[in-house]
Design a protein around this ligand. Structure first.
Ligand code: ADP
Ligand code: DP6
Ligand code: CO
Length: 356
């Protein structure tokens, strides 16, 4: 008997211009464009296996070994339905193709990093889910098609179908066709850019990104200002900074956008707090590190950014990374540290000491 099974893996991406807000919650169309860097190393990835079998009773999903319900009108169901529809087209064009579109699927996914902790697990998760089903169904689908489907699982996932520097266009079409991800520059364009992941806490966040941003859309006046008057210019400016490998501009825009995103979370009613004391201390360490460099006639040396959680991502040129890791470890003695292109630093019980 033939086994119909496929495995795919996808990396996380960490935004430097943050997506926060939907204008269409079903299609997942954002209120603003966003831009991210895909961390295409092995440290933060989702790996997903899908199997289709006529003996299965219904579609099922296991995440990190635990079953998650697939709701009938939910996002996972939408992605599966879209991919089954594309499979059906393959079957209609080739009568020899097995009728996999009629079989239920079982999907098992593992994240090799904390889930739902503000390290973009929904991005790698839905990118890997869509990629594994596309492989299982042997779809002739482009990354662009898979990206549009992943977007309907989790908005940020549309960017994880591409490597390097990736923009997600806000788009204007109500169908969502132009709310797509595009590569701004490949990873090799600026290989000197490295990322340090500081795992301050691997707890599941109290407010999911989905519910948090919905509440922000409903209650925050600051979000309206951000959408209209801030993000469009920042998208243009950071794209130029990336094209020109201008780390000073990249760092200033990245930190300003992280700050505004967390200000918008605070401007939500009731307010949302994603940063904790350790996160804020890491911000102060980076600010001080940059201040000393600037005071000595140098440029920016590092840029922090935080997603919807307390964990820091620090972007910096490779030559500064050793110093940054030392600096962070001085203030927050670590339990485990993996250093590679992307280093992971974990310190659950860190008490943030401020720089002198
Ligand atoms: P994060 O900051 O980690 O992206 P979110 O609140 O955006 O947190 O999304 C977390 C949710 O994404 C999880 O509760 C789960 O439903 C989904 N998710 C995470 N990883 C995967 C995965 N590998 N496969 C499928 N869904 C996943
Ligand atoms: C702060 O993509 O997780 O990480 O579309 O509801 O699944 P849903 O939300 P999600 O939101 C990500 C928010 C962010 C910023 C970003 O990745 O751009
Ligand atoms: Co997410």
């Amino acid at each position: 008997m033939t086994v119909y099974q496929a495995t795919a893996s996808a990396p996380v991406n960490i935004a430097v211009i943050k997506y926060w807000g939907k204008r269409d919650t079903k299609l997942i169309l954002p209120t603003n464009s966003s831009l991210s860097v895909t961390l295409d190393q092995d440290h933060l990835r989702s790996t997903t296996t899908s199997r289709a079998d006529p003996s299965f009773d219904h579609d099922r999903l296991w995440l990190n070994g635990k079953e998650e319900e697939i709701k009938g009108d939910g996002r996972t169901a939408t992605c599966i339905a879209e991919l089954k529809r594309l499979r059906k087209e393959v079957e209609d064009a080739d009568s020899n193709a097995p009728k996999l579109s009629t079989f239920p699927v079982h999907i098992a996914s593992y994240n090799n990093f904390p889930t739902a902790a503000g390290l973009a697990s929904s991005a790698s998760g839905f990118a890997a889910l869509v990629s594994s089903l596309a492989q299982l169904y042997e779809l002739p689908a482009s990354p662009s098609t898979l990206s549009l489907i992943s977007r309907q699982g989790s908005g940020s996932a549309c960017r994880s179908l591409y490597g390097g520097y990736v923009a997600w266009n806000v788009g204007t079409d109500p169908s969502g066709v132009d709310s797509n991800a595009v590569e701004v520059a490949p990873r090799e364009h600026w290989p000197d850019m490295h990322a340090l992941i500081c795992v301050v806490s691997d707890d599941k966040k109290g407010t999911s990104s989905t519910s948090g941003m919905q509440r922000t859309v409903e209650t925050s006046a600051l979000l309206q200002h951000r959408i209209k008057h801030v993000v469009p210019q920042r998208m243009a400016d950071i794209s130029k900074a990336i094209q020109e490998r201008d780390f000073d501009s990249f760092a200033q825009i990245t930190m300003a956008d992280s700050n505004q995103f967390h200000a918008v979370a605070l401007d939500t009613a009731p307010p949302i707090f994603y940063l904790n004391d350790v996160s804020r201390s890491i911000i102060q360490v980076v600010v001080e590190y940059n201040r000393l460099s600037l005071a000595n006639g140098g440029g920016y040396k590092a840029a922090y950014t935080y997603d919807a959680g307390p964990n820091a991502v620090i972007y910096a040129p490779e030559k500064n990374m050793k110093e940054i890791i030392q600096l962070i470890l001085n203030y927050f003695p670590q339990k485990d540290a993996f250093k590679d292109t992307f280093a992971l630093f974990k310190n659950d019980k860190a008490e943030g000491k401020l720089p002198a």
